[in-house]
Design a binder for this molecule. Structure first.
Ligand code: NAD
Length: 228
């Protein structure tokens, strides 16, 4: 079987290294090309052969990543968080030309959690609060995952909810809690990432799924599980 040629952006970072390990252990994909902060120039002959890009780097890398991907008509899976409105609209624009999947959290568990929030529609008179915990080195606050959960929560309950509470400390890979509270009861949905591999495996799964999507468009991680 022909192996999927993956282009990895942010290859030397925590997530980049984890993704390379997951790909290394797989039989159906290879890290074919890498881009790090130290890159001198892009080898477009090689970049043209990439089947799908995986980007876990920083918002500053995005314009270049999208430029290369749209030039060679290559799908992009992007897990970078902390994007501004301008960067989000750049993803949108690129998705008119190529398949783009951006997810603030690549775990299948969080994809299911986001779906599960829809049930809060039936108790939308409750008070809501999202809480998240991450390692001390995390740059963005609140996390991209918490922001996505907040958007889906507000859609489900049809009202604004207080900003997510963000805690930074130790080596926590990621804990997200959604509390729903009334005078009589309290319910909490909670997801814990037990390691960084969960995001890497999700990203690689998303990449092989996206590589088989023929149409340009902005895809979500939920589409990998539930279809577009
Ligand atoms: P990190 O700082 O360890 O790694 C980032 C890497 O990207 C570094 O090697 C850096 O040199 C490289 N980089 C930065 N700017 C670049 C540029 N302009 N061009 C090329 N390379 C560049 O960070 P990390 O913990 O690996 O996280 C990376 C991103 O992924 C963050 O935005 C983080 O929030 C996000 N993240 C997303 C998920 C998810 O599931 N979507 C999970 C974990 C982390």
């Amino acid at each position: 079987m022909k192996k999927l040629k993956i282009g990895l952006v942010g290859a030397n970072g925590r997530m980049g290294q984890e993704i390379a390990t997951v790909i290394g252990a797989s039989n159906n994909s290879d890290v074919f090309y890498t881009i790090g902060r130290d890159k001198k120039s892009i080898d477009h002959k090689l970049a043209a052969k990439v089947d799908v890009w995986i980007d876990f780097s920083s918002p500053e890398a995005l314009p270049e990543v999208l430029k290369i991907a749209t030039r060679h008509k290559t799908p992009v899976v992007c897990g970078t968080t902390g994007f501004s409105k301008k960067e989000k609209s750049a993803l949108d624009k690129a998705s008119k030309e190529i398949p783009v999947l951006w997810a603030s959290n690549m775990s299948m568990g969080v994809a299911v959690l986001n779906e599960a929030l829809k049930v809060f529609n039936s108790i939308n008179n409750f008070d809501y609060q999202i809480e998240e915990f991450h390692h001390i080195r995390k740059k963005d606050k609140p996390s991209g995952t918490a922001i996505t959960l907040q958007e889906n929560l507000e859609k489900a309950v049809g009202k604004k909810c207080p900003e997510p509470l963000a805690v930074r400390g130790g080596g926590i890979f990621g804990v997200h809690k959604i509390h729903a509270m009334s005078d009589e009861e309290m319910i909490t949905f909670e997801h814990t990432a037990l390691n960084r591999t969960v995001f890497a495996k999700g990203a690689v799964r998303a990449a092989s799924w996206l590589a088989s999507q023929k149409k340009p468009g902005l895809y979500q991680i939920r589409d990998v599980l539930f279809g577009k």
